[in-house]
Design a protein around this ligand. Sequence first.
Ligand SMILES: [Zn+2]
Length: 283
Amino acid sequence: MKKIRFCLLGFLLLVVGCDRENTGWFLIQQIDSGTYVISEPQSSQGNSVFLITGEKEAILFDSGSGENKYESIFHIVDSLTDVPVTLLLSHFHFDHIGNVSGFDRIAIPDLLDLRIRISDKNLLKLTKEEVLTTDSVVLEISRILPVGEDIDVGNRKLRIIHTPGHSRESISVIDSINGYVFTGDLVYNGLLLIDDCQEFISSLNNVVAQTESNFKVFGSHGKPEVEYGHLLATKNAMALFSEGDYSEDSVDEINFFGSKKRLFRINDISFVVGYSDAFLDEY
Ligand SMILES: [Zn+2]
């Protein structure tokens, strides 16, 4: 299955930090008393998800790969917090929504394109373009969370920002007080996949504008913590790309899931533009 081959992109997973616990499949890294990285180092995409807890409730930012049928993310999450957990997806790609149907509380960001698709039974049917597989996925939505304003999770405030470009519905989450930003697939340590370049650039600008250089940045693939400088380098590389200010030496033709694609390497940032049709062409 194509999911497995995605690993050939070579996400480099080096989990570092203190307060780590390894369950065999999941690697848990505690960032502070209420923030955890839950990684799956052996998953095909080297995924990480983030449990962000307040005194009242917690947000789980993505539900992981779902690739290991024997170790469940549910009991990992249960072991880390006693407050109710709401799953909020960074976006709908298959490698971020593992075991999604097992969650009681699923939120979507208040984006018009999503809100108008929710049925009167609170169901949101995801398209194959959104999931990037032929699997049919239906989310039962229990909450719609505001975008661009603080959400109080109990002595802690989180803010969702819409950061499209990797996919249309992509979001990031900012915790301004603690100085964290969780960027999903907008920025991480590894090869970036971009569908809409101008949206991607606007999203990077938006994240940089709403954060400071001392923020910790967490991406969903590879080594979870991203240097703030890497975020800035990505922003700068994309600006050069959009202006055509790069040499042809920085471009390679690659076979990407059976489609010929151009792989760009600008300022040590590697990316492919227009990747998703390669998945869809396989159906
Ligand atoms: Zn993705």
